[in-house]
Ligand binder design. Structure first.
Ligand code: ZN
Length: 256
């Protein structure tokens, strides 16, 4: 099993990061992908990755909630980082208008710039979307070519899946939310199809049932894996096998 989205580098894990990794390995998690937040957090990702070079991979990008008036300077610095090939994806990027719509236009411009990096470098995006699907589609429609990528912690409906698929063959990140009692995501899983699902925690947030409310970590991935298996009527091994293959294909990771 691969955790395609963990913020294990953040300070919520400063006290016990190595133990959290050990628990993940014991739980059968064979790789963790680290999505970036802003220019400052890149150093935290690098520190984590240098300790676990084979077990982790890094993305770089500006999170939509981190878009401020000086976002072009942050993006410029990040763009240069992509020349080194130390990053396997651009993320997390996207649109988040849930708390604050002040920088809506800047978020859209930042998204467009970063999606173009993916096209130029032939690497995938990790997309964050909260109250921003229309904006994301508008940005996508303004581009001549779109890269591959994943809609992390996907919270859309069947219509959103359809609208996205009219534009590209994307992957959908499924995490703890799918196990929540009121989630509409389980009903959407057959529509998405196992072939386009990747597993994720979004640690430290959104821990799955029965760990809901606790700090999330990669060792909780089996709860999500097994819930998907039950929902789709396949074995947990099948979900692990296919979602691993999906993640390795999308992110260009070596098999094994
Ligand atoms: Zn995240």
């Amino acid at each position: 099993m691969i955790d395609t989205h963990s913020h294990i580098y953040c300070d919520a894990f400063d006290e016990d990061r190595d133990e959290v990794v050990a628990r993940a390995q014991q739980a059968g998690i064979n790789h963790i992908i680290l999505p970036n937040e802003n220019l400052k957090s890149v150093e935290l990702l690098r520190r984590m990755h240098s300790q676990y070079p084979d077990y982790t991979s890094m993305a770089v990008g500006l999170h939509p909630e981190e878009v401020r008036p000086d976002y072009l300077e942050e993006l410029n610095a990040m763009r240069h980082m992509l020349d080194s090939d130390e990053f396997i994806a651009v993320g997390e990027i996207g649109i988040d208008l849930y708390w604050d719509k002040t920088y809506r236009n800047e978020q859209m411009e930042a998204l467009k710039i970063q999606l173009q990096w993916c096209v130029d470098k032939d690497i995938p995006f990790i997309m964050h979307c909260r109250d921003g699907m229309d904006e994301i589609l508008e940005v996508m429609d303004s581009m001549p070519r779109l890269p591959r990528g994943v809609f992390h912690c996907f919270g859309g409906d069947a219509e959103d899946v359809k609208r996205l698929r009219q534009r590209g063959d994307f992957y959908f990140g499924v995490g703890g939310v799918v196990t929540f009692k009121k989630s509409t995501l389980p009903a959407l899983l057959p529509e998405i199809g196992l072939d386009r699902i990747v597993l994720e925690t979004d640690a430290p947030y959104l821990a799955p049932v029965p760990m809901r409310g606790k700090r999330n970590e990669s060792s909780f991935i089996p709860y999500i894996n097994d819930f998907i298996a039950q929902t789709l009527g396949v074995t947990p091994e099948e979900v692990s096998r296919v979602t691993d293959r999906n993640a390795r294909t999308l992110f260009g990771l070596d098999a094994g």
